[in-house]
Ligand binder design. Structure first.
Ligand SMILES: C[S@@+](CC[C@H](N)C(=O)[O-])C[C@H]1O[C@@H](n2cnc3c(N)ncnc32)[C@H](O)[C@@H]1O
Length: 288
């Protein structure tokens, strides 16, 4: 473990209160260049590809054939399309408020010939296009910190609860707010390998805009029922996951996850390994 990481973890353990949250400068990601750059960072081998692989495997462990799966804040659908391809007998709905993101998502779905994904313009704080109790599995990745305030996060949790069927299967991941902005700078610097300036700035803005673990815990307990547990990376809540128990054995998919892992460059494999290790230490076992 490098000394910078040890210092960051020490700061995170010893400082009591997180810093004050700074909302994202672009809540809904609409600007062409920024959307393109974000979509590119999700491509195979690029900055987000290891993180996507980890969460893709976790999401698959919740999805059964015949399910309706809702991705909240799907963005360019890079992750959503991976999950949909691996679960061809489930139906997927991705919602996002950005027309530019949805355009990129639709184009990718067309190019990849994926036809079990519907992409809708909708506000996650309302989910106006989604009927009550019409969804089997709610998923979301790195999107909740794009909300302006805690009131909007609460509205989103309330609506997730409204649209889910009684079974309430959920896998939501997002960043958790760190205690010190020095730790933010450390983790952003650590991500430098293979990432461009725009991606790094976006990552920094995301960490500054993250909600705290306590805020997620309070809302999960109020709206998502006793089966939804909040996990975070050990020692510092860099990544947070809210998950209900697995509904399916993904043994048959493991060789595919391992193949995808082997195809990643070393820096992205290291992202997967760090997530596996620190989330496992935080109580969440890895799927592959
Ligand atoms: C950082 S991206 C994450 C995209 C994708 N889930 C992923 O893992 O790559 C956050 C997305 O949330 C969307 N967003 C922000 N506010 C929203 C809202 N109120 N309702 C729906 N989507 C929203 C943004 O437009 C953006 O596409």
């Amino acid at each position: 473990m490098d000394s910078g990481l040890l210092r960051a973890l020490f700061r995170e353990i010893t400082i009591k209160q997180p810093f004050e949250r700074i909302p994202e400068p672009a809540l809904v990601m609409e600007e062409q260049q920024c959307v393109r750059s974000y979509a590119d960072s999700g491509a195979q081998g690029q900055a987000l590809s290891g993180t996507y692989l980890y969460h893709c495997a976790q999401m698959c462990a919740l999805i059964k054939p015949g399910d309706v799966v809702l991705d909240i804040g799907c963005g360019p659908a890079s992750l959503l399309l991976q999950v949909a391809r691996l679960n061809p007998r489930a139906e997927f709905i991705g919602v996002d408020l950005s027309p530019t993101m949805l355009e990129v998502a639709r184009e990718s779905a067309r190019q990849q010939r994926i036809d079990n994904v519907q992409l809708l313009a909708d506000d996650m704080t309302r989910l106006a296009m989604i009927a009550d109790r019409s969804v089997d599995v709610g998923i979301s990745s790195m999107a909740l910190h794009h909300l302006e305030n805690l009131g909007q996060l609460e509205a989103t949790f309330r609506n997730i609860s409204r649209v889910l069927r009684n079974d309430r299967a959920i896998y939501l991941n997002d960043f958790g707010r760190l205690k010190s902005t020095d730790s933010v700078d450390y983790f952003v610097d650590r991500a430098r390998d293979g990432a461009n300036q725009e991606t790094l700035l976006d990552y920094r803005n995301s960490l500054l805009a993250a909600f705290s673990l306590e805020e997620f815990e309070t809302l999960a307990a109020s709206y998502l029922g006793p089966c939804a547990k909040v996990y975070s990376t050990a020692f510092s809540p860099l990544m947070m996951v809210i998950r209900t128990p697995r509904r399916r054995c993904v043994k048959v998919m493991k060789p595919e996850f391992r193949r995808r892992y082997s195809a990643l460059p070393a820096s992205r494999q290291s992202d997967v390994n760090q997530l596996r290790l620190f989330l496992r230490l935080g109580g969440l076992a890895s799927v592959f």
